[in-house]
Write a protein that binds this ligand. Structure first.
Ligand code: HEC
Length: 150
């Protein structure tokens, strides 16, 4: 049997899709409120804590709540990339270990990111509508971050 080239390519891609399902990236399933958490080094009011865990912790803590499609590749790899990158920049679960200088810098960056509406990432809020910051939440987060570096 002689199949056409487009058909061969389709079969190749389909096989590749099946094969990559067997490669599951390691998940970020540590402790979110462990001993080095931000709450153990600066005052985190309850409303701020809730906003952080609802809108930021999936990428900026040691514990991500994964959506169902994280088991489907390549989405899982794509999520892992966001989590790795996000944690590298800012990890609330390890905030206590940062130097005072780095803490202040991070608070300043939080203000910048919020003022420019860059966080949470739009590609994230597109699926996680509940993570979109309301004006009240944004104001609370901004006031808290500013208080910590001014
Ligand atoms: C979907 C994952 C995701 C979520 C949710 C998320 N971030 Fe980020 N964040 C990232 C990634 C990835 C980076 C690094 C790349 C970049 O700066 O865009 C980052 C970078 C940052 C930085 C450092 C920026 C700089 O100046 O270097 C800050 C501050 C930040 N995020 C704050 C937040 C805050 C506050 C929230 C919640 C309101 C949040 N992020 C939610 C993924 C995320």
């Amino acid at each position: 049997m002689n199949s056409s080239l487009p058909k061969k390519i389709a079969i190749l891609l389909a096989s590749l899709f099946v094969v990559i399902q067997f490669i599951q990236p390691k998940r970020n399933l540590g402790e979110s409120l462990g001993e080095n958490d931000i709450a153990h080094t600066v005052v985190v009011p309850a409303d701020v804590q809730e906003i952080l865990s609802n809108s930021c912790f999936d990428c900026h803590s040691n514990a991500t709540k994964y959506p169902w499609y994280a088991s489907i590749q390549p989405f899982g790899f794509w999520l892992k990339d966001h989590v790795d990158e996000g944690k590298k920049e800012l990890n609330f679960s390890e905030f206590k270990l940062y130097t005072e200088k780095r803490k202040a810098k991070k608070f300043k960056e939080i203000v910048e990111e919020l003022e420019e509406d860059e966080m949470p990432l739009p590609s994230y809020t597109w699926v996680h509508k509940d993570a979109i910051l309301t004006p009240v939440q944004k104001a609370a987060l901004l006031a808290w971050a500013k208080k910590n570096y001014e």
